[in-house]
Ligand binder design. Structure first.
Ligand code: PLP
Length: 396
């Protein structure tokens, strides 16, 4: 029996492909160092686990949860946002729960995109913006993120005809995969652009707390009037080392939050109540683990910067996210470099093209591996120094 054309029309999830290749190498006995993962290596903090254990024992929590999140969960999310960013969101109308922000991305696209509609998608980007647009029958329009523009899209380069057809624009800062950050001046321009063209601005803030060197990431709602046109997706995954738990929330524009919640109520039955209770403990509990993890990532980043500089790279250290976005050596494509790293050195690094065509010439390295393992990776690379020297000519 044939699968649907809709499924055939999306490109294969590249991480699954790389994973298969790495697994095959592992089966042959290769000691694989995986620098491709975007998943915190530290455990979920204990106070969150404790809340979960207690919640599990209460039979009230074993039933279907309410659509859109429990009142307590939404109130705790609102309080977290107020304390962190300084704005108020109404828990009843401006917040809805998500089974992780990946789910929110998919469903907001389903809620707003008809066939022939355009969705503005950064390139490179988290692949879900593009694939979910294709699944909805819409057309992704790539906004290139270039190093010469600090990996921000050039909004003035979007043709008028495209902007007119566009229903949603995705932005994501701190950014995966480039690790770039955006300031309020840029967000102001994006909000103006979205208002001018009647586009839902959807900001993915998955890395809001993963910042270094004193940098603090802003929310799009620090811009006056952003609520007229924007929603923002927040996730507990990266902030609280809770990727496996599947919980997040969307905030902002009342109409868009309502549409998202309505669509979701037809598809899923929300987040297990015990997980919502654990998430409340995350919002309300001590925050020292965030500083602790950021310090870990920052130390790994410093180690990586020093090692890569020695190998010939010129690096502007990233201020946020556990990713580094680096140019491949001259004369190689991203895929060739990624294959070489895996085949010769047993190191998994995704090629930039896994995140979109503008990722050509780059690879992503993640910092979710401890320092000694990272050091082993750089030691292996040092043995190949001739190949890497040419990278010195490329400026990040
Ligand atoms: C990790 C990641 C997510 C996924 O978050 P979940 O809440 O775990 O679904 C969303 N967006 C970006 C850019 C990410 O890197």
């Amino acid at each position: 029996m044939e699968i649907a054309n809709r499924l055939k029309s999306i490109p294969p999830y590249i991480f699954a492909e790389i994973g298969k290749k790495a697994q095959a190498a592992q089966a042959r006995g290769v000691d694989i160092i995986n620098l491709g993962i975007g998943d915190p290596d530290q455990p979920t903090p204990k106070h969150i686990l404790d809340a979960m254990h207690t919640a599990l024992d209460n039979p009230v929590n074993h039933h279907y949860p309410p659509f859109g999140g429990t009142k307590e969960y939404k109130e705790a999310a609102a309080a977290w946002c107020q304390a962190r960013f300084g704005f108020k969101m109404d828990p009843d109308t401006e917040i809805t729960s998500l089974i992780g922000s990946k789910e929110g991305i998919h469903n907001i696209i389903q809620a707003y995109t008809d066939s022939s509609d355009v969705v503005l998608v950064p390139d490179p980007a988290y692949p879900v913006y593009r694939t979910s647009t294709i699944l909805a029958g819409g057309t992704p329009y790539f906004m290139p993120l270039l190093s010469e523009h600090d990996f921000l899209p050039d909004l003035s380069a979007i043709p008028e005809a495209v902007a007119t057809k566009a229903k949603i624009m995705f932005l994501n800062y701190p950014n995966n995969p480039t690790a770039a950050v955006a300031n309020l001046e840029f967000y102001g321009k994006a909000v103006d652009f979205a208002k001018r063209h009647d586009i839902l601005l959807c900001h993915d803030l998955a890395y809001s707390e993963m910042t270094f060197d004193g940098y603090k990431a802003p929310s799009i709602f620090e811009i006056d009037g952003a609520k007229d046109i924007a929603i923002e997706l927040h996730s507990l995954s990266k902030t609280f080392n809770m990727t496996g738990w599947r919980i997040g929330y969307a905030i902002g524009n009342v109409k868009a939050i309502k549409a998202l919640a309505q669509l979701k109520s037809n598809i899923d039955t929300d987040v297990f109540r015990a997980i919502q209770i654990a998430a409340i403990a995350a919002f309300q509990g001590p925050r020292d683990h965030i500083g602790y993890c950021n310090k870990l990532y920052e130390e790994r980043r410093d180690l990586a910067v020093a090692a890569l500089e020695k190998l010939g790279w010129h690096i502007k250290p990233n201020k946020a996210t556990f990713y580094m976005w680096l140019p491949v050596p001259k004369g190689m494509t991203s895929m060739e470099f990624s294959n070489m790293m895996l085949d010769k050195l047993g190191i998994v690094v995704p090629p930039g093209t896994a995140y979109g065509p503008a990722g050509e010439g780059f690879f992503r390295m993640s910092l979710c591996t401890d320092k000694s393992r990272l050091q082993t990776a750089f030691d292996r690379m040092a043995q190949q120094s001739v190949t890497f020297e040419q990278a010195a000519k490329t400026k990040v």
